[in-house]
Design a binder for this molecule. Structure first.
Ligand SMILES: Cc1ncc(COP(=O)(O)O)c(C=O)c1O
Length: 378
């Protein structure tokens, strides 16, 4: 049996919508992107959405739009994808890691205050696997120290915690529509915010800092444009937007499917002694089903599942342990012991709505059989 790590759920209607754009003359950022931004704004409940070509771009431009740059420090977590930290560096600032909670892998909000210096300007919490960080606690600290908050919600379009959704307790929230995300166009991202000035700044920065995009320049009579500030080339185009629009109404139903799958995994895998299931907080968006396995067994399980035709991933080895970060900031593995230990034990299993009962059972039985194999030592 083959069980891919991820399968998208694009439909004939989604493909038709893309064909419609391809048959039109306008392929770049235009009316379809605008429609996506409106629809996604309605889904998130946030007033402004700006479509971009990645979440990395969303993080980078949110930082720039909030005036964060060289000499500034941004507090974040080492238990994330590298882009959270590299976006801070792209903005010219320094990522300052704090450790994560032992039971969830989420940023430990109680550690923020000790990491604040005179240079600290912002905090980037990451809603790992789909569970939200304690945003109420984080917001209180941010207000007390006048810090900006940008949420990395690459894993969490649908989640809530304490009655709040991503973006309700922060300056901006960044989403990813990368190939394996809950909603995807292969490569894509967005910033959502209640702050119209911030949205306007991101809109300008996503296209070279130009005062008018192509759709506006050619609408009716030609209009000259100006360059207001140094920008980037991060705009979402209408082909991507066309692929996303039809997925928005399916988000909640797909979450329910993933919740059912997670319950089946939880029930069986929690019985295995060498596996720890990370605690989810609030209503998780259930982006990844990640287990933590005894470190000496993790790679055996990873390779064993792969050999059985099951797609797996490692989300993530702690960022501060990667060569670049060790060299750039002289980090040692044990500087953030919880993140380090989680990173050594992490393994993500297939999770998407189309997984069949028999595929789920095959994954569970394969995990059990690989972990119960006796190792032959010479
Ligand atoms: C937590 C997290 N942040 C940021 C990113 C970057 O997203 P993108 O690939 O859309 O730039 C990812 C992508 O995997 C992610 O998982």
């Amino acid at each position: 049996m083959k069980v891919e790590f991820f399968r998208h759920d694009l439909t004939q209607d989604d493909i038709e919508r893309v064909s419609g754009v391809l048959r039109s003359t306008f392929l770049t950022t235009g009316p379809v992107t605008e429609r996506f931004e409106k629809d996604f704004s309605r889904y998130t409940g946030l007033a402004h959405v700006v479509g971009l070509n990645s979440c990395t771009a969303a993080l980078h431009l949110s930082l720039l739009a909030l005036g964060i740059g060289p000499g500034d420090e941004v507090i974040t977590t080492p238990m994330t994808f590298i882009a959270t930290a590299t976006a801070i560096m792209h903005a010219g600032a320094k990522p300052v890691f704090i450790d994560v909670e032992k039971d969830s892998g989420l940023m430990d909000v109680s550690k923020i205050e000790a990491a604040i210096t005179a240079r600290t300007k912002a905090i980037i919490p990451v809603h790992l696997y789909g569970s939200m960080v304690d945003m109420r606690g984080l917001r209180k600290i941010a207000e007390r120290f006048h810090l900006k908050v940008i949420e990395d919600a690459a894993h969490c379009i649908e989640g809530t915690r304490d009655g709040y959704r991503p973006g309700q307790l922060s300056d901006a929230v960044c989403y990813s529509f990368y190939a394996t995300k809950n909603m995807t166009c292969g490569e894509g991202g967005a910033v959502a915010t209640e702050d119209s000035d911030l949205a306007q700044a991101v809109r300008c920065l996503r296209l070279h800092g130009m005062s008018k995009d192509a759709a506006t320049r050619y609408k009716g009579k030609y209009q000259h444009w100006d360059m207001a500030r140094l920008g980037w080339k991060y705009n979402m185009h209408d082909i991507s937007a066309a692929l996303l629009i039809g997925q928005i109404p399916r988000l909640d139903k797909n979450l329910q499917h993933r919740q059912t799958i997670c319950r089946l995994y939880d029930k069986e895998l929690s019985k295995i002694e060498s596996i720890q299931i990370p605690q989810s907080k609030g209503i998780s968006a259930r982006h990844l089903y990640t287990i933590w396995v005894d470190p000496e067994k993790r790679d055996r399980l990873l390779h064993g599942l792969h050999a059985k035709g099951i797609g797996v991933a490692v989300n993530y080895r702690a960022v501060h342990t990667l060569s670049f970060f060790r060299k750039a900031f002289s980090y040692k593995a044990h500087d953030f012991p919880n993140a380090y230990n989680i990173g050594r034990r992490t393994l993500s299993l297939p999770l998407y709505p189309q997984l069949s009962k028999s595929q789920i059972n095959y994954v569970i039985e394969s995990v059990k059989s690989i972990l119960s194999e006796k190792r032959i030592t010479h």
